[in-house]
Design a protein around this ligand. Structure first.
Ligand code: NAD
Length: 266
């Protein structure tokens, strides 16, 4: 599915990272991958790179630094000459921004926004300079930001901004043949998730209400959808948000335990 594609994969901190599942599946599907790892996560990223086989380069980058992003771009150009796709799997919010919406310092919200939203545009800009004449695919990761959750707080508005940004990137990257799409994943037990106070509340909501079974320890369904969006099979799709959440986004909220849905005897 991804044979011959040169893909930049970010957000690999360890084997549980969504980025790790994507890298492993993309490698199996024939892609060549390069990792862009946050410097403090280089060790974990290198372990996953080894599992991918071959000689996968792992480059360190703080994606919020314009200078480091410029160096990353230079290095990719030197190694490969260009890119056919990129996964943006980067998010971070300081503790105060995850614990509350009210009375959160502007500096915490700015840090969350720069890391979780601005960097997606930075990836889009980089791809616009590295894509060849056959275009490229940019994919990012969303969590359903259309509703307020009992937890999540400022990451909610950040993800809503990411959705809006995705539409603008789809508009501005299309002339270069570059597509921009998001996958809105259900809750997965990763390091980023472990930093969300009350994450278990989200997990229980999925257990009760998602129509399809949802395994919080299995990022493979999300990774498969991302590989599809990175592939030419998705060549007519851009500006899309693909929900890979066991169908949770389509359900209304109800207070029962589900037993009231059993069919009434005729
Ligand atoms: N885990 C979930 O339940 C879930 C659900 C929906 C969406 N997502 C999204 O998936 C994406 C990946 O998260 P994950 O759950 O795999 O967790 P993760 O902790 O494994 O990955 C987050 C990554 O962001 C990287 N990162 C943070 N700041 C960075 C910076 N300045 N520069 C470069 N990299 C930086 C970290 O190194 C880490 O690899 C995030 O956008 C997250 O919001 C996660």
């Amino acid at each position: 599915m991804l044979s011959g594609k040169r893909l930049l994969i970010s957000g690999v901190a360890n084997r549980e990272s969504i980025g790790a599942s994507v890298a492993l599946q993309a490698s199996k599907a024939g892609a060549e991958v390069i990792f862009a790892a946050f410097p403090r996560d280089l060790v974990g990223a290198k372990e996953v790179a080894e599992e991918c086989g071959g000689s996968v380069a792992v480059l360190g980058v703080d994606a919020t630094s314009e200078q480091e992003m410029a160096e990353l771009e230079k290095e990719i150009r030197r190694c490969w000459g260009g890119l056919d796709g990129a996964l943006h799997a980067i998010a971070f919010a300081p503790k105060p921004a995850l614990g509350s919406i009210l009375d959160v310092p502007a500096s915490a919200v700015q840090a969350a926004f720069t890391t979780s939203v601005w960097t997606y545009a930075a990836f889009g800009s980089m791809l616009s300079r590295l894509a060849g004449t056959s275009g490229a695919s940019l994919v990012g990761l969303d969590f359903d930001s259309t509703r307020a959750w009992p937890v999540y707080n400022w990451m909610g508005p950040c993800k809503a901004a990411l959705r809006s940004l995705n539409s603008y990137l789809a508009r501005d990257l299309a002339p270069a043949g570059i597509r921009a799409n998001l996958v809105a994943a259900g809750p997965l037990r990763t390091r980023a998730a472990s930093g969300i106070p009350g994450f278990e509340t989200l997990v229980r909501s999925w257990e009760r209400q998602a129509p399809l079974a949802w395994d919080v320890a299995d990022a493979a369904p999300v990774a498969e959808a991302i590989c599809f969006l990175l592939s030419d099979a998705a060549r007519a799709i851009t500006g899309e948000v693909l929900n890979v959440d066991g169908g949770m986004h389509a359900m209304a909220t109800w207070l029962g335990d589900g037993s009231e849905m059993a069919a009434e005897p005729a």
